[in-house]
Design a protein around this ligand. Structure first.
Ligand code: KIV
Ligand code: ZN
Length: 387
């Protein structure tokens, strides 16, 4: 029996921190319901102290969602924690996620606190959050650039104070995969009470490594991944939910855990988030990009028509696409062309007619990025008319 990998979606919190991606209360509720349909375990709905609007949005999500746990973010400050506790009152299942920075640069330059004070504040915050819910998550912000001994000290103390999840953020996306995996392994081995908490990771994508770092952490014992739809998030974004989930699902031979997500809901959620935020998904984006299951070259099309597994490692249908897609263009071959004619219900009288239509198709393909079904219909009717 494999472990469960918990999926903590932060599209509505860290995702919303993408410049230009702010969402209304109603939009947040619509996205939260899509995440719930996908069976996401925990939805971080916002940062209730940030504004009245965000407080109300977390409250609305807490009311609307029944099957996922709803979480609110809070700095390690009484007022933040009280506000998060208040916003989550109506939730079926709630979590408070509290954080304080632990890296030398953040402690000295941003918090202007001594390490002892940071530990004290972390413990105090967790204890206060426990007054609202028994599900408290703690994050040492900028853990990826923090001292290992100090991290162990803080984390041991917050477990004793009642934190159930220890989230290790690579806040500025600085780590390399082997290094981040090693960090998780070291923390699990060195913290004496580490078995009393779930290790989670929260990776940013500044070097394009957020998914790789998250997967490396999972291979080293992390059992929660924080991620966002389409990889939305501060600066270059967070680990993309769809990529993490499908990597683990597709490579079950490499993982001793799996998520409980209904992956067929992924494409709908991606489109909803893209529509709400106006952040267009690049065509070559893994899993949800328009080209993720599209084939153009003749060699690939011929292979896929014979057996999809020649060039597909996942089924398009498993992430919500109707099917894969053959794009007819200048690299396409006769086999794909013939197959498209059949799909369009076009039967040519002879092999000669097919050859002639195929020649015209190639001439047209040289002038266009993609040859559409309407182009083919026109092209074939030209051929038939001429005959
Ligand atoms: O990136 C980060 O460190 C965060 C924390 C609040 C977890 O978003
Ligand atoms: Zn973050």
């Amino acid at each position: 029996m494999k472990d469960q990998l918990i999926i903590f979606d932060t599209t509505l919190r860290d995702g919303e921190q993408s410049p230009g991606a702010s969402m209304t209360k109603d939009e947040k509720v619509r996205i939260a319901k899509a995440l719930e349909r996908m069976r996401v375990d925990i939805i971080e709905a916002g940062f209730p102290i940030a504004s009245i609007g965000d407080f109300e949005a977390v409250q609305a999500v807490a009311k609307a969602v029944k099957d996922s746990r709803v979480c609110g973010l809070a700095r390690a400050l009484d007022k933040d924690i009280d506000r998060a506790g208040e916003a989550l009152k109506a939730a079926n299942a709630s979590r408070i996620h509290t954080f304080i920075a632990t890296s030398p640069i953040h402690m000295q330059m941003k918090l202007r606190m001594q390490p002892d004070e940071v530990v004290e504040n972390a413990v105090k915050a967790v204890k206060r959050a426990r007054q609202y819910t028994d599900d408290v998550e703690f994050s040492p912000e900028d853990a990826g650039r923090s001292d290992l001994d100090f991290l162990c000290r803080v984390l041991e103390a917050v477990i004793d104070a009642g934190a159930k999840t220890l989230n290790i953020p690579d806040t500025v996306g600085y780590n390399l995969p082997h290094q981040f995996g090693e960090l998780i392994k070291n923390l699990r081995e060195r913290i004496p009470n580490s078995d009393k908490a779930v290790f989670s990771v929260h990776c940013h994508n500044d070097l394009g490594l957020a998914v790789a770092n998250s997967l490396s952490a999972v291979m080293n014992g992390a059992r929660q991944v924080e991620c966002t739809i389409n990889g939305l998030g501060e600066r270059a974004g967070n680990a993309s939910l769809e990529e993490v989930v499908m990597a683990v699902r597709t490579r079950q031979d490499m993982f001793d855990c799996d998520t409980r997500l209904d992956t067929t809901q992924i494409l709908a959620a991606s489109r909803l988030v893209s529509g709400v935020t106006g952040f267009v998904v690049q065509p070559n984006k893994a899993i949800v990009g328009a080209n993720a299951f599209a084939h153009e070259s003749g060699i690939h099309q011929d292979g896929v028509l014979k057996n999809r597994e020649t060039y597909e490692i996942m089924r398009a249908e498993d992430v919500g696409w109707n099917t894969n897609r053959m794009v007819l263009g200048k690299h396409s071959g006769r086999n794909a062309f013939r197959s498209r004619l059949k799909e369009l219900g076009i039967e040519l009288d002879s092999e000669e007619d097919l050859n002639s239509a195929f020649t015209r198709f190639k001439e047209l393909a040289d002038k266009k990025h993609e040859v559409f079904d309407e182009d083919i219909q026109a092209l074939v009717s030209d051929t038939l008319t001429e005959d």
